[in-house]
Design a protein around this ligand. Structure first.
Ligand code: HSE
Length: 310
């Protein structure tokens, strides 16, 4: 294989209760990337479209950092040229750097004849996350690599569990057109957490995982609660409480901050509810004088996928 074009999905990290430890992949939104073998060694990013302000310098670009690390580890005698079309903006809370990182890890692994496992691809992708936001977070990248829902059971050693996706689960998300940098959104987090809150949080993570395994939508709904991170971050997102309450009133199983925001996600059972939730969210933001995009999607169960190869 000399050339590959891939789709790298957007992702929703945290999923309310699972800060830094849960995430899922989005079916209808993501980046397209191409990787071409070249005779000149090294990594070259030749084009980035769809978003502004991203560096073409591979040492400063999440995808470039991942590519350089993989080529160094594999010690190959060719180079790689990368192009990227961003399908959504950086700073949206939908895992933009994670899509670039996981897309690069996946695409290059294919060009190398797949020497690396998904766990190793996630580790490489985490280097891209570190370059983008200062912390090697795994929740977005693992969701993009594995697809579906993931649980980061442990960071050291890295242990990722792919969780099942109930068939009727749908995402509705609103992206207010403001930017929240993950680095800034991590700075507002509490350093210490009361034991009572920690108990609530880990009990809900258990509930959510159990609900996913048993297709128990009511249990999923009961567990989509975040008493630690959401209260600390929601002031960064205009009208968060209103959107959340309107989504739930319209039938959403739950709603919360997607990753570090500003996107707000809602999970719904079935298409009809998803449409109702979409209208409710749209109405709640219509007069707020903040531009926004709104979309709904199934959960992507496959992760990064090949669009074309030669
Ligand atoms: N879990 C991370 C956070 C995701 O919430 O900071 C950031 O993309």
């Amino acid at each position: 294989m000399k050339y590959i074009k891939i789709f790298a999905p957007a992702t929703v990290a945290n999923v309310s209760c699972g800060f830094d430890s849960m995430g899922f992949a989005v079916d209808t939104m993501g980046d397209e990337m191409t990787f071409t073998k070249t005779s000149t060694k090294g990594v070259k990013i030749t084009q980035i479209t769809g978003a502004k302000g991203l560096s073409l310098d591979p040492t400063k670009n999440a995808a470039g950092v991942v590519a350089l690390a993989m080529l160094t580890k594999h010690n190959i005698d060719f180079g790689i040229e990368i192009t990227m079309h961003k399908g959504f903006s950086p700073g949206s809370g939908l895992g933009s750097s994670a899509a670039s990182s996981a897309g690069a890890a996946f695409g290059i692994n294919e060009l190398l004849n797949k020497p690396f496992t998904n766990l190793e691809l996630t580790k490489f992708s985490m280097l891209g996350e570190k370059a983008a936001c200062g912390t090697p977070i795994a929740d977005n990248v693992a969701a993009a690599v594995y697809g579906g829902f993931v649980l980061i059971r442990s960071y050291e050693p890295l242990d990722i569990i792919k969780l099942p996706v109930p068939d009727e689960l749908q995402l509705v998300a609103i992206h207010p057109q403001i930017e929240v940098k993950t680095k800034d959104a991590r700075e507002v987090l509490p350093e210490k957490v009361p034991l009572k809150s920690a108990v609530t949080q880990w009990a809900n993570v258990g509930g959510l995982v159990s609900g996913l395994y048993t297709n128990n939508y009511q249990l999923i709904s009961n567990s989509l609660t975040d008493v630690i991170v959401e209260p600390a971050r929601k002031h960064l997102i205009p009208h968060f409480d209103l959107v959340k309450s309107e989504a739930i009133k319209a039938g959403a199983l739950g709603a919360g901050i997607s990753g570090s925001g500003p996107t707000i996600f809602a999970l719904c059972k079935g298409e009809e509810t998803s449409k109702n939730v979409q209208s409710a969210i749209q109405n709640s933001y219509a007069d707020k004088k903040i531009d926004f995009t709104l979309f709904s999607s199934k959960i992507n169960t496959q992760g990064v996928r090949i669009l074309e190869s030669k």
